[in-house]
Design a protein. Structure first.
Ligand code: PLP
Length: 383
């Protein structure tokens, strides 16, 4: 009989699909659903970025581009990464990719052999486990709360083994909004150096930091050579559907990223790349404006959740609140169902992000102020 290649056995699908299907059913029955389950910016792609794509089309910039990206975009990325992230990258250390996901895919494919272990701070962004499974690697969860309580070096040492090959380091973090401090980054860097580990850094939310600073771990002394950093335009410029991201790495990892790209997508859509050049030229004051918008939403949602008895610290970055909903006396899947059925409030169960997320729900505050107000109101009236 037919069977799927064994390599894909351990690779799963997203749980969010099920939640989306239920939302569609409720809608079809005429219910108004307050959506907090999403993972994308509430704003539209800025006009000057759309204009740049239309200009590229009119100028017939529609043909094959180099697989690693058009030189103009790679140069703009190298400049951005040097000035804003303080990573000493040259143009040849940059590759343009289909969103952050392709950078992470290529990074794990380049680093992880079957049986290798990867340390992943948990709760964590779920696809990471599937990306590691795709390499027949092993995900080893390291509770972020434990690391913060007991120190990163001691905690990482407890979860590391002779098979440990890499650390996945996501800041700001999805789903918790945790932003690792410079001191924490330094501790992780020291551990990686001592054990000769590779760091796969995921900085998808780099521009959405409200408290503290974003530190790229590859900018720390000696770390550029052992770090693959994945970036994306998706969250920073409200470009989730454009599929443009990039990774920064040195050899041998860049060769791995080039090979996985060449034989999968063979590069990013040429007009999207011209739009990305315009995006990266956006004055950084743009981020002051959008951060102010996100912060208003964060503060409103976090205050409302705490009033409801769902303990929630203000997330320092990204656009997710991750309250403790254990007062409901339900596990997180049942709690998410409860909120959806009783109050038409859609969230993501914390356990989807690993066992350390149990007892929590993920609420995105990347939505309208009105949705946040009305969703909270519905929770007050119906729970
Ligand atoms: N990394 C994290 C932590 C994310 O939350 C996401 C998107 O949700 C990505 C990477 C991937 O983003 P992209 O849409 O650019 O593939």
């Amino acid at each position: 009989a037919f069977h799927l290649a064994r390599r894909l056995d351990g690779v799963g699908f997203s749980d969010i699909v099920k939640i989306r299907n239920r939302i569609m059913e409720l809608r079809a029955q005429g219910a108004r659903v307050f959506q907090f389950e999403g993972g994308e910016p509430f704003l539209n792609t800025p006009e000057h970025i759309k204009e740049a794509m239309m200009r590229a089309l009119r100028e017939n910039k529609t043909r094959y581009a180099p697989s690693s990206g058009i030189p103009e975009l790679r140069a703009a990325i190298a400049e951005k990464v040097r000035t804003r992230n303080r990573i000493p990258a040259r143009e040849e250390d940059v590759i343009v990719l289909n969103g952050g996901m392709q950078g992470l895919f290529g990074a794990f494919q380049s680093v992880v052999d079957p049986g290798d272990e990867v340390l992943v701070f948990s709760p964590y962004w779920t696809p990471i486990k599937d990306l590691i499974a795709h390499c027949q690697g092993v995900t080893v969860l390291v509770p972020t709360a434990e690391a913060r309580r007991e120190g990163f070096a001691a905690t990482l040492a407890r979860y590391a083994s002779p098979r440990t090959r890499a650390i996945y380091y996501n800041t700001p973090q999805n789903p918790t909004g945790v932003v690792f401090t410079r001191a924490e980054a330094e501790e992780v860097a020291r551990f990686a150096t001592e054990r000769d580990l590779i760091v796969i850094a995921d900085e998808a939310y780099e521009d959405l930091v409200y408290d503290g600073e974003h530190v790229s771990i590859a900018s720390l002394d000696g770390m550029f050579e052992r770090t693959i950093t994945s970036f994306t335009l998706s969250k920073s410029y409200a470009m989730t559907g454009w599929r443009v991201g990039y990774a920064v790495a040195t050899e041998p990892w860049m060769t791995g990223l080039r090979k996985t790209t060449l034989y999968s997508t063979n590069g990013v859509s040429t007009p999207s790349q011209w739009a990305a050049v315009a995006a990266l030229a956006t004055p950084v004051s743009f981020f002051d404006e959008i951060r102010a918008e996100y912060r208003r939403r964060r503060d409103l949602l976090v205050a409302g959740l705490n009033e409801l008895g769902f303990h929630c610290e203000a997330p320092a970055g990204a656009f997710y609140a991750f309250p403790d909903v254990s007062r409901l006396g339900l596990d997180s899947r049942a709690a998410a169902d409860h909120l959806l059925e009783r109050a038409q409030v859609a969230t993501v169960p914390g356990v989807v992000f690993g066992e350390h997320g149990e007892g929590h729900l993920r609420f995105s505050f990347s939505t309208s102020i009105e949705t946040i107000e009305q969703g909270l109101d519905s929770l007050r009236r119906n729970l």
